[in-house]
Design a protein around this ligand. Structure first.
Ligand SMILES: [Zn+2]
Length: 304
């Protein structure tokens, strides 16, 4: 959480606004200001965390997660499983924003955020983790700051790198689940291959225009992304978001579905939608379930 670029952005402005609103002056740093300073100075890990007991939720956790704990499908065991889980989110953009916000809010124990890019003005209509003062700031850092603010109980680890075939295995290590929120087929196939090799659960997602898809994968047990789509489309065959456009709420829907499948895989509060993908079309708000079986000749997860 250190570095020159992170000294710009949301927290700098928010600190000023918060102080001005409260009229506290320089001597009266409020909670926002204190957290801003801690994050920018790289000592966010020194923030006091609520005391934790192994196998039990602390009173603050019971309060923070009370509205999901009360769900008949959820349970304290599910909450504890989530607290013990480590998730890697690949991409802190249109899909990575809702995915990581919901997972941090829900109480996942550790959240790694992989993104090599910096925030651009054209990102802001759909990438909810980043605000106008963040333009030019590294997305991994901008995301980590907001997520730490949302839930200081979650360990946020920013990785300012591009996931590629060569570093995928290292990045995946130690994670129970990967959520692929990237926007390139090259990354998507690299993530799938690495997850299959490591046996790490994966939630794939993609969105363009007003449509997208979501796929939950348990490598070695259920169909992988390559079982569903054996080869990437030829370069240029699929329009990018820059070419075809994308509506912010469409990315929000797909990212939210990815977050739900992630929570299922991590806690088993419900069975994840594996062995197929869900095709979402938001023009007529239709969800189509497409079944996919594992392929014996799949180069990533085969042979059976
Ligand atoms: Zn496969």
């Amino acid at each position: 959480m250190s570095g020159g670029s992170s000294r710009r952005g949301f927290f700098r402005d928010l600190g000023v606004v918060a102080r001005d609103v409260r009229g506290a002056g320089d001597e009266g740093r409020d909670a926002y200001g204190e957290m801003e300073a801690a994050l920018l100075e790289g000592r966010a890990e020194e923030q006091p965390a609520a005391p934790r007991t192994a196998g039990a939720l602390a009173p603050e956790e019971l309060d923070r997660y009370s509205r999901q704990l009360v769900l008949p499908e959820w349970s304290e065991a599910a909450q504890l499983a989530l607290r013990d889980a480590s998730v890697l989110v690949v991409g802190a953009g249109a899909l990575g924003s809702p995915v990581s916000l919901y997972l941090a809010g829900a109480g996942v124990g550790r959240l790694g955020i992989v993104d090599a890019d910096a925030v651009e003005l054209s990102n802001l209509h759909r990438q909810l983790l980043h605000f106008t003062p963040d333009v030019g700031v590294a997305k991994a850092q901008s995301a980590a700051a907001k997520l730490s603010f949302l839930n200081p109980e979650v360990e946020i680890v920013p990785y300012q790198v591009r996931l590629q075939e060569g570093n995928a295995a290292d990045l995946l290590e130690g994670h129970d689940l990967v959520v692929d929120c990237s926007d390139s087929f090259e990354t998507r196939y690299a993530v799938n291959a690495a997850c299959c090799l490591a046996g790490t659960a994966l939630v794939e997602g993609g969105v363009v225009g007003l449509a997208g898809l979501v796929m939950a994968i348990e490598p070695g047990r259920t169909a992988c992304y390559r079982c569903a789509f054996p080869a990437p489309p030829p370069p240029g065959a699929q329009p990018t978001c820059a070419q075809a456009g994308v509506l912010g709420p469409a990315a929000g829907v797909i990212g939210s579905l990815q977050a739900i499948e992630s929570l299922k895989l991590l806690t088993r509060f419900a069975e994840p939608l594996t062995n197929g993908f869900t095709q979402v079309d938001l023009l007529d708000v239709s969800l189509t379930r497409v079944r996919v079986a594992r392929r014996g000749d799949c180069p990533d997860c085969g042979p059976l």
